[in-house]
Design a protein around this ligand. Structure first.
Ligand code: 5GP
Ligand code: ZN
Length: 181
């Protein structure tokens, strides 16, 4: 029996509430429904994450995801919808078999579904440098290791330095606020 819960679902060895399937992709209800209408769409083959996904399988999974999204919207009269996809532990992936989350959203549901990140708006030169660095490694992920850690670490350090400054400004603003009020 497979170690992977999603492979067990594909093989019929674990129960799941199936929504739809194609030759290579399967859509089923997530066990966790923070709001009604949380569906997972997976490749039937055990593919760990986005880095291991080939374009043809990805296209099949995404085509099914589009159909599921429209059906969720129609079936539940959702006000909105999110597609989410997690990779690696740092990216908050918990099940290491590639999956798209299709999540219905409803007006006023933010106490049950949180999405978000802190604002950080770099200068154009910084955005250009990031685009150049990422763009230069398209179709050549192996060179990423070669180009290596140094540049990435420098970028990370600059971002955390910015973050520290932003946090300090936020604290100062809070102090000023409480002093005046
Ligand atoms: P991740 O955090 O990896 O992006 O998402 C994993 C998802 O798989 C979670 O939303 C979790 O609720 C769902 N999940 C985990 N175990 C099972 C299971 O046995 N059956 C189903 N249907 N969903 C599962
Ligand atoms: Zn699997």
């Amino acid at each position: 029996m497979s170690e992977c819960i999603f492979c067990r679902i594909v093989n019929g060895e674990a129960a799941a509430s199936i929504v739809a399937e194609t030759a290579g992709a399967l859509a089923f209800m997530d066990i966790n429904q923070p709001v009604p209408g949380h569906v997972l769409v997976i490749p039937k083959a055990h593919i760990q994450d986005i880095y291991a996904l080939d374009a043809a399988t990805g296209a099949e999974v995404f085509a099914l995801t589009i159909e599921v999204a429209k059906a969720v919207k129609a079936a539940l009269q959702a006000d909105g919808l999110n597609l989410l996809q997690a990779n690696e532990r740092a990216g908050q992936q918990d099940v290491f078999h590639f999956h798209m989350h299709v999540m219905a959203r409803y007006t006023g549901d933010r106490d049950r579904v949180h999405l978000g990140w802190h604002p950080h708006l770099p200068a154009r030169a910084e955005l250009d440098a990031l685009a150049e660095r990422i763009g230069s490694l398209m179709d050549a992920p192996d060179r990423a290791d070669e180009m290596g850690r140094a540049g990435a670490e420098r970028i990370g350090a600059e971002f955390s330095a910015d973050r520290a400054a932003e946090e300090m400004l936020a604290v100062l603003a809070e102090v000023a606020n409480s002093a005046s009020g």
